[in-house]
Write a protein that binds this ligand. Structure first.
Ligand code: PGA
Length: 253
């Protein structure tokens, strides 16, 4: 069975003291997860090592960075490389979040480079895709998302896309309180799986975890995660509250 994942995306939130407290609170709940489930904390760079230290003995709990740079090393003041993350024993990196695409002009080709450098450092990308409200209103969301995936990922070998993690996050649902219905999520997730299946075959596409993101909360996670092609979520706002995130973790299939 492919992994069912509850991934927190803290974005640019919390002080060190608050990050400590939030992790301690979640860990103290001793939420046991099955071997097919994972909990991932996508934390700001300064909190990676601290977070890693806290979860390193917990089965199925992992830490993610929220970004990495396209280059190996060098004169890129302020950037963080995939190799640095790997050297800190970080397992995941979020790549291509819509906020990076919108505010930092990251395009599909640049994201292809980031995916490559992440994989070559044995980091697992959580690759984000998803359409704006305008695209959804035009009814071209399927083509739009397919292009994002094809441009950034289709150069990969089947062995590299095996067990890959994709997060579908419709931009109109991020931080807006407006969630896609579980049927809308399922429809897009099935489309995404089909896009991978056409390129790589079903044996590979069936191993890809496709997470839904966009206003997932304690009160809607169970319904959204129940859909056959939804393999968990990438959670922003609700991951900053231990009780909310606990319910979301417990909602995994
Ligand atoms: P949200 O954010 O849960 O606050 O909508 C999700 C995300 O951007 O990853």
């Amino acid at each position: 069975m492919r992994k069912q994942i509850a991934a927190a995306n803290w974005k640019m939130n919390l002080t060190l003291a608050q990050a400590n407290e939030l992790l301690d609170e979640i860990i103290s709940k001793r939420i046991s997860i099955s071997k097919d489930q994972e909990v991932v904390f996508g934390v700001p760079f300064p909190y990676l090592l601290l977070s890693k230290e806290k979860v390193k003995h917990l089965q199925g709990y992992f830490i993610s960075a929220q970004n990495c740079y396209t280059h190996i090393s060098g004169a890129y003041t302020g950037e963080v490389s995939a190799g640095m993350l790997a050297s800190c024993a970080i397992e995941y990196v979020i790549i291509g979040h819509s906020e990076r695409r919108d505010y930092f002009s990251e395009d599909n080709r640049m994201l292809a480079q980031k995916v490559d450098i992440a994989l070559s450092n044995e980091l697992k990308p959580i690759f984000c895709c998803g359409e704006s409200l305008k695209v959804r209103e035009d009814g071209t969301q399927n083509e739009f998302v397919e292009k994002q995936l094809a441009t950034s990922l289709f150069h990969l070998k089947p062995s590299q896309i095996q067990n890959f993690v994709v997060a579908y996050e419709p931009i109109w649902a991020i931080g807006t309180g407006k969630t896609a219905t579980s049927d809308q999520a399922q429809e897009m997730h099935a489309h995404i799986r089909n896009v991978f299946s056409k390129k790589y075959g079903t044996a590979v596409s069936d191993t890809i975890s496709i997470l839904y993101g966009g206003s997932v909360k304690a009160n809607n996670a169970k319904e959204i995660f129940s859909k056959p092609d939804v393999d968990g979520g990438l959670i922003g706002g609700a991951s900053l509250n231990a009780s909310e995130f606990e319910v979301i973790i417990r909602s995994l299939k």
